[in-house]
Structures are given as C-alpha cells and as structure tokens.
Design a protein around this ligand. Structure first.
Ligand code: ATP
Length: 270
C-alpha cells in the first residue's frame, strides 16, 4: 500500500451489540484510487463494518478518520457529506420509480420559481441516459423507464453511476455481483475499475474470491468480527484466501467429523 495518508481509515474499531462483539479491534486504510476487498463468511461482520463506515452505526470504541483527522459520523448524512456513498445489494431503489427520478432522489433538479417550482424531468432524464450510456448500458435510451425494468447488473451499474456523478470519494459496494450471471458480473467489475481509475476509493464486499482477485488492490479478511488477515495484491494465493475465508476451521471440523464416522464403523460407503 502507498505511504500516503489514506482518504479514510478506521483504527481499532469495535462494535458491541448487547454482549456480542460483532467487530473487534479492526483497523483498515482506505486509499483513493484503490479497491479494498472485504472478504468473510456469513456473519463475519462485513455488514456491521460497512454500517460503521457509512455512518449507520457509531463504533463502540475506536476511531474513524477522514484525511488523517478523527471524525464522528452521527448519521448516514454525515458520512454522505464526507463523500461516502454506499450501494446496497439490489441497487437500493424503488422498482416503480422512473430512472430519472431515482437518479436524483434527494437532490431533485427543479425549474421555475417559488410555488411554481417543479421537477425538471427533461434534465434528469437526459443526465441519467447519458450516465448509463457512459457506463456501457446502451440499451437505456429513455429516462422515463422504471427502475424495475433494469436487470440486476444494470441496477448495480446505475447505482454506481449515480455515486460517481455526485462526486463520491469512497464507494462502498455490498455484494454487487451476488446473483448476477457471468457477463453481468464482468460488466459490474469493469465499472468498478472505471471508478477506481477516476480516483475513487472503492470498498468491495464480496464472498466471491475470483471477483475480488480480479479487481482488488488490497484485501482484508474478517472472521467472527476480527481482522484475520490483511494483504496486498499478489501476497496470497487464491487457495490461501479461500481456505482462510471458508474457515479452514469449518473444513477441519467437517473432516474430523467424517473421520470419526468412518472410525466408528459408520462408513458412509455402507
Ligand atoms: N443490530 C444488531 N444487533 C445484534 N446483533 C447484530 C446486529 N447486527 C449484526 N449483528 C450480529 O453481528 C454478527 C455479524 O453480522 P454482519 O451482518 O455484520 O455479518 P456479515 O459478515 O455481513 O454476514 P452476511 O455475509 O451474512 O451478511 C452476526 O452474528 C449478527 O447476528
């Protein structure tokens, strides 16, 4: 990783729910123009970590920093103001909303004045079509189309396009390729690379080691709330990562169980 100050960092962050420690003493650096992949099995703490980064949860202890300075996000609004944009698994939009409306939710462009102010649909639709085309979704030519008419991959890409258009500095993507076909996943990964080349810091949460290895510059593996490993591209093999993630531990347990079954005469081959 570069020596420069990361745009965002968390230091020794823990998050405790009741008596359960969902995150335990996790530190991470998030650099502009790099893709940080957050890997981990179900329940490892990935969503909790995303929620800390995006201002949804305040950490129980530890520090969040922007440009080297400690910050306290009291709400997602504070994180948004710091340029942090989170795209949820299904694009986080309403299926019956038009593409133009959905793209500008919360920042509606208006025309007219005072009581005669109205949503500038023409402008919104023009921008959304331009942005989608730029991101390779060439079949969208009408901003009046419903969000629900997009495929899963197109929805992800449009949510990323929105974040980029509004100047996100950190783009957090929660399992953006889950449930996508190979071609669509490849498109989303290409768009992630585009965002990185624009200087955006990308945090990619995924179960998919192949996807992570394709675009990642840096990797962190969470196991039961703890950072089990943290490494740069090229420092681990695919097998090492898969083993760690899937819990070498879980596989060892399964093997021990099978061995005891065979050992006690309950052969699975009987
Ligand atoms: N608000 C909450 N209250 C209590 N426990 C919680 C809360 N949020 C998360 N947890 C617990 O913290 C642990 C980590 O959950 P988290 O959702 O962060 O995992 P994850 O890695 O995102 O899993 P998945 O891949 O399944 O989404 C889980 O055991 C979960 O039940």
């Amino acid at each position: 990783m570069s020596e420069s100050t990361p745009y965002m960092a968390i230091e020794n962050v823990s998050k405790i729910f009741g008596s359960y420690e969902a995150l335990s003493d996790v530190s991470l650096d998030i650099h502009a123009g790099q893709v940080l992949c957050l890997l981990g099995d179900n329940g490892a703490g990935k969503s909790t970590l995303i929620k800390v980064l995006s201002g949804f949860h305040e950490p129980t202890s530890g520090t969040v920093k922007i440009n080297g300075k400690p910050v306290q996000f009291k709400s997602p609004r504070d994180a948004t103001a710091a340029g942090i944009s989170t795209v949820h698994q299904f694009g986080g939009t309403f299926p019956l909303m038009s593409l133009g409306r959905s793209f500008f939710t919360g920042v509606e462009p208006t025309k007219g004045w005072g009581p005669f102010k109205y949503f500038d649909k023409k402008f919104a639709n023009k921008v959304v079509v331009e942005q989608m085309q730029e991101m390779g979704i060439t079949r969208v030519t009408d901003g009046d189309r419903f969000v629900g008419s997009l495929s899963g991959g197109e929805r992800q890409v449009s949510a990323i396009a929105r974040a980029v258009y509004f100047g996100a500095k950190v783009l957090i993507l929660d399992e953006p390729t889950a449930a996508l076909g190979v071609k669509e996943a490849a498109h989303v990964l290409r768009i992630i690379m585009q965002a990185k080349h624009r200087g955006i810091a990308v945090v990619l949460v995924t179960h998919n080691v192949s996807h992570a290895l394709t675009v990642g510059d840096h990797f962190a593996v969470l196991i039961r709330g703890e950072k089990a490993d943290d490494f740069a591209k090229g420092q681990r093999t695919r097998e090492e990562i898969t083993d760690l993630m899937a819990g070498g531990e879980a596989m060892a347990e399964l093997e021990a169980e099978l061995a005891s079954l065979t050992g006690s005469g309950d052969s699975i081959h009987d």
